[in-house]
Design a protein around this ligand. Structure first.
Ligand code: SER
Length: 320
């Protein structure tokens, strides 16, 4: 039986992962933690503790109190925010990760933390980026992710901590909004399409990035954590992706449901530069071979679901 502690449980991934894990493993076996509490379902539907991930003592006390056997460490700054506050990002992203790994070591707990396509850089092969390749990111977020992958591997080799990770692409969801990421446009575009019928995009046309719909991302986390360790050649972290598109292609997909939708551009040089330093598309063969990674949603299937799920929020009639 798993007993899981999640950090950053009220963030973009955590808000949904907490509920999914409570469904699978039982509400009392999933301890949600975040820097502050709110009235979301993730905070209210089971145990919740306030934990600042830079406070090792507090994290250790909460992990001990609930005798957890798994730690899922999600608390981190995304790429654009990290670029604006690089020292803070280093302290939070690396300090938080080190504390979470130390806690996992003490409790002999299994460990998950997400990496990202941001771990790649401008000298990485851009198309079908292999699992094992050049990783020289030029963003603070990317530096944190590469260092984090190495640190998680270090805890596996040195201390036997069962660390596992995924290099996530941009994650798209109708539940929790991301904040401060470079791929956030691919979420905002659906909200603006439904609200105003138009969207001004900060990423330029022709800029391709990998993306994945949140239900597939959550399944990938559960499947990786349940995978037979003897089959894992890699650990930190696996390339996973479900689609790659540029702003024009997601707009075309939205237009199938909202024919009058208009896409305009006002390119943000900072986020554009980050996007250009990342791959166009990554290769998830290692994840497929080593633990059976699959996904269900391509761009059009995701668009249909996003629009269906968001439509009631805006109470707007659209032709579909
Ligand atoms: N979605 C993340 C970001 O844009 C990438 O992992 O920062």
């Amino acid at each position: 039986m798993k007993r899981i502690l999640i950090t950053g449980a009220l963030g973009q991934i955590g808000s949904e992962l907490t509920l999914k894990l409570r469904d699978i493993y039982g509400a009392d076996n999933v301890i949600a933690t975040d820097i502050k509490k709110n009235d979301s379902e993730a905070a209210q539907s089971g145990p919740f503790e306030v934990v600042d991930v830079t406070d090792l003592k507090r994290m250790g006390e909460v992990a001990q109190k609930y005798q957890v056997d798994t730690i899922m460490h999600l608390a981190a700054l995304l790429s654009a925010t990290a670029e604006a506050k690089p020292v803070f990002a280093w302290n939070l992203n690396m300090g938080g990760l080190l504390n979470a790994l130390e806690t996992a070591k003490e409790l002999k707990a299994q460990f998950f933390t997400p990496s990202s396509i941001g771990a790649f850089g401008p000298t990485t092969p851009k198309d079908q980026t292999p699992q094992d390749t050049i990783m020289r990111p030029t963003t603070m977020y990317g530096v944190n992710k590469v260092a984090g992958e190495l640190l998680a591997d270090y805890y596996y080799h040195k201390y036997g901590v069962d660390t596992r990770g995924l290099r996530f692409p941009g994650l798209i969801s109708y539940v929790a909004l991301p904040g401060g990421g470079t791929t956030d446009y691919a979420v905002e575009i659906y909200y603006e399409a439904l609200k105003n019928g138009r969207y001004t995009c900060y990423i330029d046309k022709g800029t391709y990035m990998d993306m994945m719909y949140m239900p597939d991302a959550l399944n990938a986390i559960v499947d990786l954590m349940e995978a037979d360790p003897s089959k894992l050649i890699h650990r930190n972290s696996f390339n996973v992706t479900a689609m790659s598109f540029d702003p024009e292609e997601i707009a075309a997909s939205i237009k199938k449901h909202i024919p009058g939708f208009k896409l305009m551009y006002d390119v943000d040089p900072v986020r554009q530069q980050i996007a250009e330093s990342w791959p166009n598309s990554i290769d998830a063969t290692a994840a497929k071979e080593e633990w059976g990674f699959t996904f269900e949603y391509d761009l059009d299937k995701m668009t249909k679901d996003m629009i269906e799920k968001l439509k009631p929020k805006f109470q707007m009639k659209i032709s579909s």
